[in-house]
Design a binder for this molecule. Structure first.
Ligand SMILES: Cc1cc2nc3c(=O)[nH]c(=O)nc-3n(C[C@H](O)[C@H](O)[C@H](O)COP(=O)(O)O)c2cc1C
Length: 195
């Protein structure tokens, strides 16, 4: 009888362990499924030296329900760096040398997750700052839809695409959108018009 009780106890204990292990596994599978469902597939990445493009990027991310990522220069731009009247200032020198690639201090760790990437920047000398090329060249954007957006003091996109596209030739590039002075409703209209 004693032996039978021991056998019964052991069998029940093994059964209970197996069940609880299984439900723990199911729980974590369900958790990771719901994590996957909550993952956004659109990213808004932007560089902004004085905050205008940052404000536009935040509105855009709200409109398109995207994650947001600020491209941070390893060496921040000072007012003197941004002085376009001085042809020896850092920004003037970088923009004269189209192969300059200012270093970036942070990274998007999960770029694979995104199918659409908006990339924002201020217009500098009628194109995107070369730090945007640094950003684009750090990732494999092949097959992703990439939509440039910008703010400016009045210029349009200028020759932005001529210098950006070669940095990711296999991305599905769209025409740049101008978010200068745009509110949420304007941005919705612009986003809906992207073909
Ligand atoms: C170095 C430099 C060059 C610029 N070149 C132009 C330009 O070619 N055309 C223009 O309309 N605005 C130009 N601007 C103005 C910026 O594009 C504009 O102020 C932009 O909204 C700033 O964005 P941010 O605050 O995100 O840096 C230039 C600004 C800087 C600092």
């Amino acid at each position: 009888m004693k032996r039978f009780s021991f056998f019964l106890f052991t069998t029940v204990a093994i059964f209970l362990c197996a069940c609880s292990g299984n439900s723990a596994q199911q729980g974590s599978a369900q958790q990771s499924n719901s994590d996957n469902m909550n993952k956004k597939t659109t990213l808004v990445a932007y560089f902004s030296a004085t905050g205008t493009t940052k404000a536009a990027a935040e509105k855009l991310a709200e409109v398109v329900d995207a994650d947001i990522h600020e491209i941070q220069p390893e060496q921040p731009y000072t007012d003197a760096d941004l002085d376009w009247h001085n042809d020896k200032s850092r920004s003037s020198m970088e923009m004269k040398d189209k192969s300059s690639r200012p270093a970036i201090k942070n990274k998007v760790e999960n770029m694979d997750q995104y199918t659409t990437v908006y990339i924002g920047y201020p217009i500098w000398w009628y194109i995107a700052p070369t730090i945007v090329n640094t950003f684009v060249e750090q990732y494999n954007l092949e097959g992703k839809t990439v939509i440039p957006f910008f703010t400016s003091g009045g210029s349009g996109a200028g020759e932005t695409m001529k210098y950006l596209k070669p940095s990711a030739p296999n991305a599905n590039w769209k025409d740049p959108i101008n978010l200068t002075g745009k509110n949420i409703d304007d941005i919705k209209v612009l986003v809906d018009s992207i073909k």
